[in-house]
Design a protein around this ligand. Structure first.
Ligand SMILES: Cc1cc2nc3c(=O)[nH]c(=O)nc-3n(C[C@H](O)[C@H](O)[C@H](O)COP(=O)(O)OP(=O)(O)OC[C@H]3O[C@@H](n4cnc5c(N)ncnc54)[C@H](O)[C@@H]3O)c2cc1C
Length: 296
């Protein structure tokens, strides 16, 4: 078993796997350390959405993020194109204003805003495809010290550079602060080929959203009955009916306001994407490569 590598990536969620993949393809020697393949990244279907929330805020660097994700994900699996945002007519002028001057392809339809090169994807097959051929060691990391990861049992793994991509559950290892927001997804019997999002979202077999308050530390989450009721009530507004569901998934988002690539002792932290992790991960993986090769 290897005890050192040029680059050690802690975390095999979407952030860690995109980074490891990009670095590996650039010829770097990469070792990924993780308890398991993805954690919050196992949200069953993920939106790739540049226009956020009910206010229609255009995500910072949305154009660059869209370009990077379309260059990257289709090599590893299907990405479904388009998201419909059924914006109330009264909010349309404000949303139009926010889109002005931005290069976000869109159409205004009777039902609302259609984002043509936004989309969604099924996460689990993507995580497996990204992991193929990477050197991954499954182990629990207990602490990090300037480029060294100490594993359960006292073993140590060192990297010339250590990249923290351990998401919400590992955040205490780097102590960057941030917000932790629990949420749930119901697994619907109906398949939604066309993603729709306003308040909650439907895509694939998912009905997801989050209305629970932020917390200042990570705690594992389980779907609560009142969350199910909220999701179904919001789905009624979005679809006009309550979709039948067979199971639920629960997770915790981790958000660090727009500072997704930070220097830490011995390397970098690549984390804190909130509910835009799949949207930004390819762009930030490229940025990490540039930082490591001195191109920025
Ligand atoms: C209800 C809900 C809906 C969401 N919808 C979307 C969406 O539509 N689109 C979207 O992009 N995102 C969405 N998200 C957000 C997304 O689920 C996550 O925020 C994102 O995937 C996090 O990715 P990550 O790689 O940073 O972390 P994670 O996927 O959490 O991965 C962390 C990795 O680090 C490893 N790790 C952590 N600690 C340790 C340790 N001590 N030792 C060893 N390994 C460790 C884990 O094993 C795992 O491999 C949603 C979240 C929720 C809750």
């Amino acid at each position: 078993m290897k005890t050192q590598a040029e680059i050690v990536v802690l975390g095999a969620g979407i952030a860690g796997l995109c980074a490891a993949r990009v670095l590996h393809e650039a010829g770097k020697e990469v070792l990924v350390l993780a308890r398991e393949l993805g954690e919050a990244s196992r949200v069953p279907d993920a939106l790739l959405n540049p226009v956020r929330g009910k206010r229609g805020t255009v995500a910072p660097e949305a154009e660059e993020a869209l370009e990077a994700l379309w260059d990257f994900y289709p090599r590893f699996g299907a990405v479904r194109q388009g998201i419909l945002r059924p914006v109330p007519q009264s909010d349309k002028p404000v949303w139009q204003q926010k889109l002005q001057g931005r290069r976000i392809p869109h159409l205004w339809l009777e039902e609302g805003l259609y984002l043509e090169n936004a989309g969604w994807l099924e996460t689990t097959p993507l995580l497996h495809r990204l992991a193929e051929g990477l050197n991954i060691q499954y182990a629990s990391v207990e602490r990090l010290e300037s480029g060294v990861a100490w594993l359960e049992g006292g073993r140590r793994i060192s990297g010339k550079v250590l990249v923290y991509a351990g998401g919400a559950s590992g955040a205490h290892l780097v102590g960057l602060g941030g917000r932790f927001t629990p949420g749930s997804v119901l697994r619907t019997q109906q398949h939604f080929q066309q993603a729709r999002s306003y308040g909650v979202y439907v895509a694939g077999h998912s009905l997801g959203g989050s209305y629970l308050p932020h917390q200042d530390r990570y705690a594992p989450h389980q779907t609560q009955p009142h969350e199910v009721e909220w999701l179904l009530a919001e789905a009624q507004k979005l679809l006009g009916y309550r979709p039948a569901f067979s199971a639920s998934w629960a997770g915790v988002r981790y958000r660090l306001d727009s500072h997704y690539l930070k220097e830490i002792p011995g390397g970098f932290a690549l984390t804190g994407f909130g509910s835009a992790a799949y949207f930004y991960a390819p762009l930030y993986a490229w940025r990490l490569l540039k930082r490591l090769t001195g191109q920025s």
